[in-house]
Design a binder for this molecule. Sequence first.
Ligand code: MG
Length: 226
Amino acid sequence: MRLFFFCVAAFTQPKVVDPGGPMKAPSDAVVLFDGKSAEAWTHPDGRAAEWTVEDGVLVCKSGSGDLQSREKFGSAQIHLEFATPDMPTVKGQAKGNSGVFLQGRYEVQVLDSFENPTYRAGSAGSVYGQHDPLVNVSRKPGEWQSYDFVFHAPVCAADGKVERPATLTLLHNGVVIQDHARIVKPTPGDDGTSVCTPGPLRLQDHFHPDVKDTRLLFRNIWVRGL
Ligand code: MG
């Protein structure tokens, strides 16, 4: 019998997945934005997305609010690309600020961190307020950049107690900048839902009183559940 199971295991092959390529998601990914429409997204209050799709790019409309995926996720591999606007007279946290909220509750900072010093745990690729990025590999404003996340959701007991916190490995422009970082709490301002429940991918419309318009661009967004 053991030989039988060994033989089955030996000849059962990993599932075949087309890996995709530049601007093409792997074949088993949930595609959230492929350049055509923002249909997979809403604002948190349920409004249809007011962010616009221009030349295959999702453009943040300042003042309209964050955008979140209709679908919710737990542990996942997530890919997205972004470009920060050119804001030569703006500095620090006001410059090209957005964010990617994993499960709608953990913000990974999006910021123009090219020659733009700020506090480390608020710079591009930080887990906001908790983990500095290991290095700064930011490109200039206007240039496309990528984030590749390997996110593990918290492991919880039946009573909702967190047994193992969330972890994140993040590649920014192909370079590891978070290495299995333990995320111990949601970013302040989360919606208060249990961290044991799945959540949407959320993109931030960052409000800053000094800046009326932050035209953040996003493209090629997909998720593979793990
Ligand atoms: Mg932000």
